[in-house]
Design a binder for this molecule. Sequence first.
Ligand SMILES: *[C@@H]1O[C@H](CO)[C@@H](O)[C@H](O)[C@H]1NC(C)=O
Ligand SMILES: *[C@@H]1O[C@H](CO)[C@@H](O)[C@H](O)[C@H]1NC(C)=O
Ligand SMILES: *[C@@H]1O[C@H](CO)[C@@H](O)[C@H](O)[C@H]1NC(C)=O
Ligand SMILES: *[C@@H]1O[C@H](CO)[C@@H](O)[C@H](O)[C@H]1NC(C)=O
Ligand SMILES: *[C@@H]1O[C@H](CO)[C@@H](O)[C@H](O)[C@H]1NC(C)=O
Ligand SMILES: *[C@@H]1O[C@H](CO)[C@@H](O)[C@H](O)[C@H]1NC(C)=O
Ligand SMILES: *[C@@H]1O[C@H](CO)[C@@H](O)[C@H](O)[C@H]1NC(C)=O
Ligand SMILES: *[C@@H]1O[C@H](CO)[C@@H](O)[C@H](O)[C@H]1NC(C)=O
Ligand SMILES: *[C@@H]1O[C@H](CO)[C@@H](O)[C@H](O)[C@H]1NC(C)=O
Ligand SMILES: *[C@@H]1O[C@H](CO)[C@@H](O)[C@H](O)[C@H]1NC(C)=O
Length: 578
Amino acid sequence: MRVRWTACTFVLLVFVHQSLALNHDPIRDFCRRFGHQTAIIDQTLYIHGGQLNYNPMTEDAANYTNNLLLYQDLSALTSSGMPPLYANLTSNISVPSVSGGILWADNVNKRIYLFGGEYTDDQPREEGKSYNYDALNKVWTASDRPRPGIQGVSYGAGISVSDRGEGYYYGGWLSNGSVAGWSGPAGMTNGLVKYTYDTDAWTNITGPDDVGRAEGVMMYIPASDGGMLIYFGGIKDEFRNGTARWQDMQEIFVYDVLSSKWYSQNATGDIPGQRRRFCGGVMWAADQSSYNIYIYGGASPPPSTSGYDDVYILTIPTFTWIKAYPNTTNETGEFPHHSLSCNVVSQGQMLIIGGSFPLSSTCDVPAQFGTHNLDLGQQNPEKAWWQLFRPNLTTYAVPDAVVGVVGGGPAGDKAKTAPGTPYMQEPPEGETWTPLSSPFSHTSIVPSRQRQQAYELPAENGIPAELQSPDGSYLTTTTTQDGTVYKVDEQGRVWVTKASPTAPSAGLHSASLHGSGGGYGYSPVASSSPPPSTQPLELSTGPRSPVDEHALAQAQGAWGAGSPHGSQGRVHETYYHP
Ligand SMILES: *[C@@H]1O[C@H](CO)[C@@H](O)[C@H](O)[C@H]1NC(C)=O
Ligand SMILES: *[C@@H]1O[C@H](CO)[C@@H](O)[C@H](O)[C@H]1NC(C)=O
Ligand SMILES: *[C@@H]1O[C@H](CO)[C@@H](O)[C@H](O)[C@H]1NC(C)=O
Ligand SMILES: *[C@@H]1O[C@H](CO)[C@@H](O)[C@H](O)[C@H]1NC(C)=O
Ligand SMILES: *[C@@H]1O[C@H](CO)[C@@H](O)[C@H](O)[C@H]1NC(C)=O
Ligand SMILES: *[C@@H]1O[C@H](CO)[C@@H](O)[C@H](O)[C@H]1NC(C)=O
Ligand SMILES: *[C@@H]1O[C@H](CO)[C@@H](O)[C@H](O)[C@H]1NC(C)=O
Ligand SMILES: *[C@@H]1O[C@H](CO)[C@@H](O)[C@H](O)[C@H]1NC(C)=O
Ligand SMILES: *[C@@H]1O[C@H](CO)[C@@H](O)[C@H](O)[C@H]1NC(C)=O
Ligand SMILES: *[C@@H]1O[C@H](CO)[C@@H](O)[C@H](O)[C@H]1NC(C)=O
């Protein structure tokens, strides 16, 4: 039976000294950091906001606000074996220093966008204002672009999809720490905030259901045609009355970006203990036969809220949890901590920085600035998980623990690609929201290169009935440069109309996702004659097409006059399967 806890139990009381720590050096006197935001642009890992403790904590245990934009140079090492930390970027006091927000990294335009987070008591809550940092010119810019329906929110789950030019943030707390004029207890939200970098535009998309959630983790995997967001963990306001409950780690929410549709899938294997304020990173096999999400740490449910010092891997599409560390009898590890950051660097490694350690008051390896490194593929002679950082490790290998479950090898070859039994989620009693089901079935899971041949749907006047939307509307319509039109209908199906100069009015064709015997759940692909050689598009776990670097380079400078960000820089292009 689960223990219930009131929402306010989870709002950690953070007392922040108002005094600027003038005598403290952010590098030399470093003891701990937590609640901070990180983002990587090229070879630089930026750290912004969050809280700090200075060395020694026995003399001063106060939590200070980090008012600086710090960075670690990922191409270099200190004698302690970690990337050096610098505090020499000009600070900008007009940019708020928050905890529990997100820094979305845009590696196309070399910018970082700051969203969400809790302010300290002395900072004014500036709703509607957002900030971005131009890493090339080292300046911050503020934007007043309206964000209708989007309030300040903290400790939600954020992720940047740099190659799509989109940032996402699911759930989180609305509280007096993030919303101007908020009174009363903090509440969890159920929306998915989407920010489009090039247009500086905000939307609040509905979540998987109407349950508020916070303090979980969201990842992006380049599967299916627009990619997928994967969310799990944290806590939820299941009864919509402010009573928080823990989210089971087996329950995985999947958001298909192109069709704007949510699914849920139960994972199997070594299900990690329930947790919040943990962090994660993802890498995939070279052939994208498995996407492996690594998670670390977090705070745990009572009675022992101290949390975890452990590593688990969620491998997709089999949706199996695998315990990676520790392998000793102490299941949770010796140094539990939470409110930390994870960043995958150049495929092979994940830097885990900082954290709040409830059980100790010792500093977090000051010589390494609280930076720890997980070797994601155990590509070292000892096959160890924890290693000093290696700037020249730039490849990923599927670790033995994952190969042992999905088969194949370090590059992924011949790995299993079927998930556990798909699960149709039932709405709670008395509720009528749309049920979610697994995005995958045993037949749809095969990589795109193995998919079934296309067949033609019965069509009326050359147009399949499915393409005749009742009200003629579609959720999204995208036209690519070659004139191909992608439409997603209310059922989440993707329709593709290929422009063909030779036969502009020819009939439309569609293809089955489930093979010729199927007749259900097809993913219609409409195209002008001749019948398409393209394969069906919906919810493949196969890889997205590689980014066309040439097209990307051509787009350089396309932010013209009138762009919300000024007239320089690149724009994002969205790529789909050919
Ligand atoms: C500092 O922050 C941590 C984590 O929120 C909290 O547990 C601790 O009580 C705070 N310390 C002080 C002195 O306020
Ligand atoms: C910060 O210091 C490092 C090391 O001295 C130097 O390489 C870097 O250029 C400096 N950055 C700035 C912005 O001054
Ligand atoms: C500081 O931020 C403000 C926006 O709040 C911006 O106008 C100004 O140029 C920034 N200054 C620097 C040095 O980044
Ligand atoms: C997004 O919209 C939902 C539904 O209106 C709302 O409950 C939620 O607070 C909004 N999210 C944010 C961050 O404001
Ligand atoms: C925010 O709310 C908490 C209780 O929910 C209260 O202790 C705190 O003083 C409030 N802070 C501000 C700035 O109003
Ligand atoms: C919320 O609803 C649950 C289930 O009905 C109940 O157990 C809990 O006490 C309620 N919490 C509050 C604050 O009313
Ligand atoms: C899936 O997980 C949810 C949440 O833990 C649970 O309620 C449900 O029974 C599970 N369903 C199956 C089929 O295991
Ligand atoms: C645990 O891992 C260590 C290396 O990380 C290895 O030497 C040891 O044999 C493992 N123990 C068990 C019980 O698997
Ligand atoms: C595991 O480590 C934690 C943290 O050091 C400690 O509190 C706990 O007692 C240990 N458990 C066992 C079974 O040794
Ligand atoms: C990476 O650098 C280390 C230390 O300089 C060296 O031993 C190793 O061979 C290098 N690895 C590769 C793949 O270049």
